[in-house]
Design a protein around this ligand. Sequence first.
Ligand code: AMP
Ligand code: ZN
Length: 464
Amino acid sequence: MKLYNTLTRKIEEFTPINPPNVTLYVCGPTVYDFTHIGHMRTYTNNDVLRRSLAYRGYKVNHVMNITDVGHLSGDDDSGEDKMEKGAKKYGKTVWDVAKFYTEFFFKTTDALNILRPNTVCKATEHIEEMVQLINRLMKNGFVYETKEALYFDVTKFKNYGKLSGQKLKEKIQAVRAEVNVDKGKKHPADFALWFKRVGRFADHTMHWPSPWGEGFPGWHIECSAMSMKYLDETIDIHSGGIDHVPVHHENEIAQSEGATGKQFVKYWFHNNFLTVDGQKMSKSLGNFYTLDDIEKNKINPLSLRLLFLQSHYRQPLNFTWQSARASQEAFNKLREIALNLKPQKKLVSLKSSKALSYQKQFEDVISNDLQTAQAVATMWDMIKSDITNDEKYFLLIDFDKVFGLNLDNVTEEKIDANIIILAERRLEARRKRDFDASDRLRIKIEKAGFKIEDKGETYSIKKI
Ligand code: AMP
Ligand code: ZN
């Protein structure tokens, strides 16, 4: 298995610390607002990584955090806590906001058939672990205190910037001069480990006691503390979006390695963005779509998954409704194929050399830094080939262990009685050669989410 490692900027052979076990930590969502399909591209690709590792025989232990405190609107410790912002926007308590958007997040990941992590852990339930980690960092001389907060002193950590390759000098220019930022902060890249409930945070709703007074943790410390608690001090893979490289993950490395003196993560896995008109899909730009928008547009969330599979995780992908609809068509076709191929008795193993070579080709492209687009192309080639139908079905279900399109669960769609009535009226109109009426009825049927095709004197209807 080969994977690109952001740390070395190379595609490397993946060798876990303790095979066949693999420790995988995924940075989870900040649950202050609706998760959008941009986030879902990242979580789908994480899921494909997990499934590919399992396909190759590894046993993956997958941990994901839920950020429900401490993530400020600026990654550089500026601005407001996103959770407090969400609470004000929706007129709810921060706890209700966290609960509601965590549930929406999982509703969305379930719809995309993204496997739930083995462990999901909330920042607010791990304050004790974070305080202990800050204490370890203090003992090792990485922390200083101001009136407002405790900071990690980046100049004390020799390799600060090793993930992004940014030198500290460049970092100074990259960090914005923010009016809100604590005047006691020594270096612009120093980051908060603990915010005290004073000054700009005097009214902060979520707060806990600590050796440094009431307050709340900085954003980055939660991932270091929970990764160590549920996995180990050194883990195999840590994943997130590319926006996490220069700040969040750089800071996670500094905190973790500063505390343990050990390498934090062996392989850093980063996902590129889903864009709209070339710009990152994001809440702040307002150019985002949620699961509800997808369903309202009669797009099956699993066809969104197929769309994501058709690009490489390290390349940006531009979202358009046209591409979503094209993917929907391809997905419908795939389901129909799966339904038609489904045998009475499934094959136990493959025998023909041609079928085995498709399986080998699939495994090779997946093992080559997750070339999912090539894997999808291999699937279509296999479907069009002259191997037996039973072999095709066997391979389709085998490949779907990685694709996760639920192809082994395809059943005949039940068509609503109202749609059948419209279709019958349309058939009648066609018989009378009233093509205007027949077109109007076709549009009505399509708007309800069904596709009607004429078959001589009759028709067929499918869900779009
Ligand atoms: P957040 O809730 O903002 O912490 O984001 C959750 C995850 O989604 C992070 O790993 C982000 O990097 C990722 N993410 C945010 N926006 C996008 C996008 N437009 N495309 C892909 N991933 C994204
Ligand atoms: Zn994180």
